[in-house]
Design a protein around this ligand. Structure first.
Ligand code: 13P
Ligand code: SF4
Length: 391
């Protein structure tokens, strides 16, 4: 067996940074916000946001991901999941400023899908994504070398979830792969298996496993986990040759918190409840749920449900609270008893939004997210392959 040099934990040390502290602009982990923020207690914040928004008019377009706080979402021109928002941004070539109320990888996608003269702004650079951080480009390149040594890279198609950094998307573009979202993961895997024999799926092992096993009839034995923190990525050459889907060891820190016990407990507490979860939840949880689907699917399922029905929803809490408020004729509850916001999504708050908008009014572009031309080119190749897949 050819042994690849030690994995990235030794060749590519990844110090843990506290959220929002320390500079690491190459990662999703973010840096400190450089600005002089208004105080969160300022009673004038909503008026200041409204005034700045009006002053910017059509020059600015505000996008709000479904997991954003209410105080921010009220100023969004459109709301959506990460894929819809990227498309919405691309559909507004007249807007000079795209203010992205979401997380870093979404702002990167918006920058890659918009014209050069448009500036994408993330109100707090510390709004990263812990899942996207779990697949770093140097780790992924080391893993690809490991697959090459095992003789399987040539027959493997890399697929990355939208929730990944631009350089990982570009890696997929360069190596014959594509991007997918939680709503088209099955289609992307079907496409990939037409191109090759195996798929390397990152960064979310759960979305990969749930799609392969529940939607495509594979078994758990067809999957192996590629762990960047273990020697040889925790797999033998034989594992790599035998498996059909190689799952990167990453997960969402929000959806990964739900457990089989959360499902059992809510079924005891609310007889007849429908359990509706996002496919980023663990296999244990999704196999116990009644309905599984992306953020947009969750919103539509609750909207279409008959009055009087009960729903326990396994996704981010800002969205679940909003769904409960929007549908008072239905009993919509959070799947777990513990509070579970996405801490990085929550970094975008009213003080950061006011700060970003007021700076734009003054002609100062702050927290611009820019992806370099080469990365953009290859990431667009991977994104365009996704867009070209038959629906
Ligand atoms: P979507 O936005 O594609 O629903 O993904 C869920 C998520 O975790 C976003 O960060
Ligand atoms: Fe990342 Fe999960 Fe937060 Fe989405 S909800 S931004 S995947 S940590």
């Amino acid at each position: 067996m050819t042994v690849t040099p030690a994995p990235s934990s030794t060749t590519n040390p990844l110090p843990l940074l506290l959220l929002g502290q320390g500079a690491d602009p190459e990662s999703e982990r973010g840096v400190e916000c450089p600005g002089d923020l208004p105080a969160a207690s300022d009673p004038d914040l909503v008026d200041r946001a409204r005034r700045a928004r009006e002053a910017l008019g059509d020059r600015a377009f505000l996008l709000g991901h479904h997991y954003q706080r209410d105080e921010v979402i009220q100023f969004a021109d459109v709301t959506g999941d990460s894929f819809k928002l990227a498309r919405d941004a691309a559909a507004r070539p007249d807007a000079e400023y795209i203010v992205f109320c979401g997380v870093h990888f979404m702002a990167e996608s918006a920058d890659m899908l918009t014209a050069d003269h448009q500036r994408v702004i993330l109100p707090d650079l510390a709004a990263g994504c812990s899942m996207a951080d779990m697949a770093r480009i140097l780790q992924v390149e080391d893993a690809w070398a490991r697959l090459t040594d095992a003789g399987v890279a040539a027959s493997t198609v890399p697929i990355t979830y939208m929730n990944s950094s631009a350089d990982i998307k570009a890696f997929c573009g360069r190596n014959g792969g594509a991007v997918c979202t939680s709503s088209n993961a099955q289609r992307a895997l079907e496409w990939a298996f037409e191109q090759g024999e195996k798929v390397l799926f990152f960064p979310d092992q759960h979305l990969g496993r749930n799609t392969a096993v529940l939607k495509m009839g594979m078994s758990l034995d067809d999957c192996v986990v590629v762990d960047p923190h273990k020697p040889d990525f925790g797999v033998t050459d034989e594992d790599l040759r035998r498996a059909r889907i190689l799952l990167w060891r990453g997960h969402c820190s929000v959806h990964g918190r739900f457990t089989a016990d959360s499902v059992a407990e809510v079924r005891d507490r609310i007889p007849g409840v429908n359990v509706l979860v996002h496919p980023e939840c663990t296999h244990d949880v999704v196999t116990r749920a009644d309905y599984i689907g992306s953020t947009e699917y969750i919103i539509k399922t609750i909207a279409d449900a008959p009055s009087g029905t009960a729903w326990a929803v396994g996704t981010e809490l800002n969205l679940v609270k909003r769904l409960a408020d929007r549908h008072p004729d239905k009993n919509v509850v959070f799947l777990d008893r513990n509070v579970c916001f996405c801490s990085t999504m929550n970094r975008i708050d009213l003080p950061h939004l006011v700060w970003a908008l007021e700076n734009l009014v003054e002609g100062r572009v702050v927290n611009q997210i820019e992806v370099d031309a080469d990365t953009t080119h290859w990431a667009r190749v991977a994104l365009d392959r996704m867009l070209a897949m038959p629906s």
